[in-house]
Design a protein. Sequence first.
Length: 123
Amino acid sequence: MDATRYALLIAHFIGLAAILGPFLEQWRSDVKRITQTMVWGARAQLITGLLLVGVAEMNDYDVDHVKIAVKLGVAIAVAGLAEVGAKRTKSLTSDEPAGKVTTFWWLVGALTVVNIAVAVAWR
Ligand code: HEM
């Protein structure tokens, strides 16, 4: 069961990288986009996170349900914002304001960092 937990935790970190990698890559771009990699990263965080909770429960590890509820709420917001932001990214044209997706880009990146802070600092 430890091997399953490690595999899921590694996938959880890859999902995190898939969100923050493209986010940071665009830091200095004038036009921000929500890429498909970010969308799949956000989806992966929800799936791997819930599976990690399942594995923890099966092993009788102590799971802090309030912490998990907060992480789940933030992760749902990240995934929802990524989905909508990606749709808006697809409809971006050269004559549209550059800021159209910027708010989504900011919120996805910032809320992901919030979830990292919750993951590591909430003990
Ligand atoms: C954007 C979304 C998310 C981010 C950025 C994120 C980030 C992280 C990070 C950095 C860790 C490692 C913490 C450490 O080992 O000290 C972690 C662990 C964990 N996360 Fe997430 N997480 C997200 C979503 C979720 C969701 C939605 C759930 C469950 C509903 C979840 C459940 C867990 C669990 C159970 C662990 C502990 C794994 C273990 O040590 O066995 N995460 N998360």
